[in-house]
Design a binder for this molecule. Structure first.
Ligand code: PSV
Ligand code: MN
Length: 398
């Protein structure tokens, strides 16, 4: 593994300097890249057909925090953990906050669960029954209280609301109920906190979904006000959607709030980010870096939203962090001056080649160096495999 050696970094740095880049600035940017991991990514999970147990999978929120803290120690890039309520509900959230901090992480976005309770069979905030809408609203209010107790500033909302058949629901009425509920939530947001509205074009509903796409989420967030933004889950689009375009659109409107990273081949498959469409992931980061360089105000909640079945969970998480860092680093290597020249001149091939040059640069030596400087592991996956962590927790959590 030559890329891990400091010499490889020095060679890359020399090459980049030769291409006109400021390597230490790029390295600092890579070091500042942080992504939240989800508690639910450390627990047992399943398909629609079965739940599969993995030895060592976290059994409660405390073990999720333990796994997340270990991922952070190895990568230096995952200082916070997203919680899902009620899966992660505890008696004392103040104590949970302290526990997280003692382990070296903090609690990030709070995700209400508005899909699992049988009452939500026909929706939550857009349910035709007022008592169910009220129940959903109260659950979100509970999550806002939890945010205050754990010091979180992000309420992350995903609704499974939708219908399966024509005639099942009244679209406009459901829209009004959704808006009414979201308004009440918005008005309760404390201090500097914000709400992120996630969309998904289908599943669990198969005929219509109340917030199916980024345009709908954008319209709702715009109506609500500046503390409401859109959350892009990379797996929640129909085939062929140009995600980098919608990311650019939302950035320019000040409405991009964050991401749920994963990848998909067919639907919401929860695969490792970049495992199927790495170039797309690079192009998404390309839009973000382009905005960062123009000093567009951005506060993006980067979160991994993956629940692995085929892969061991902690390994998959570390692998994902590495992929995200790679794509971000590659996006920092786009020659922006040359790119805008090519665009102005209508030189399509040159413009594309500039992107391809950045995408094909092996940035692993840069990442290894950044991690060394962060006090993390230059090769976090290798370090994880050598650590014996999985064997230890598999025994403890048997
Ligand atoms: C739904 O598919 C989703 O992406 C939402 O973000 C949820 O919060 C998450 O999965 C976990 O259920
Ligand atoms: Mn998601």
């Amino acid at each position: 593994m030559r890329w891990i050696e400091e010499e490889s970094f020095e060679r890359l740095a020399e090459d980049l300097e030769g291409r006109g880049f400021n390597t230490s600035w790029i390295k600092e940017k890579v070091k500042s890249f942080k992504v939240e991991t989800p508690s639910w990514g450390y627990r047992d999970s399943g398909t629609r057909f079965a739940v599969f147990h993995q030895p060592g999978a976290a059994r409660d929120v405390h073990e999720c925090l333990e796994d997340a803290a270990f991922v952070h120690r190895l990568t230096g890039a995952c200082p916070s953990v997203a919680l899902h309520i009620p899966w992660d509900r505890v008696e004392d959230f103040g104590a949970l906050r302290e526990e997280a901090e003692a382990k070296g992480v903090r609690i990030g976005a709070i995700n209400p669960n508005l899909f699992q309770d049988p009452d939500y069979k026909f929706g939550s905030l857009a349910n035709p029954k007022p008592e169910v809408r009220k129940k959903a609203l109260e659950h979100i209010f509970e999550c806002i209280d939890i945010m205050e107790q754990v010091g979180s500033e992000v309420l992350s909302l995903w609704f499974a609301d939708g219908t399966d058949y024509p005639g099942q629901g009244d679209f406009r009425r459901r829209k009004a109920w959704m808006e009414e509920g979201l308004r009440e939530v918005y008005d309760r947001l404390p201090g500097k906190s914000r709400m992120l509205i996630e969309y998904k074009f289908f599943e669990p509903a198969f005929y219509h979904t109340d917030i199916p796409d980024w345009g709908t989420a954008y319209a709702l967030a715009t109506k609500l006000g500046p503390k409401a933004q859109v959350l892009v889950d990379t797996g929640h689009h129909p085939q062929g959607t140009n995600i980098e375009f919608l990311v650019a659109f939302l950035i320019s409107e000040g409405k991009l709030g964050g991401f749920h990273f994963n990848d998909r081949k067919y639907a919401d498959d929860d695969l490792t980010a970049g495992s199927i469409f790495p170039y797309q992931l690079f192009l998404i980061f390309n839009e973000i870096v382009s905005a960062e360089l123009e000093e567009v105000e951005l506060d993006l909640a980067y979160t991994i939203d993956q629940s692995h079945i085929a892969k061991p969970k902690v390994e998959a998480m570390i692998q994902t962090v590495d992929v995200l860092q790679q794509m971000y680093a590659k996006a920092l290597l786009v020659d922006r001056v040359a790119l805008s020249e090519a665009q102005a001149e209508g030189d399509v091939v040159r413009g594309e080649e500039i992107l391809r040059e950045a995408f094909s640069t092996d940035v692993r030596p840069l990442l290894a160096q950044a991690r060394r400087e962060l006090g993390a592991e230059p090769d976090p996956l290798g370090a994880y495999r050598r650590s014996g962590y999985l064997e230890r927790v598999a025994e403890e959590r048997a």
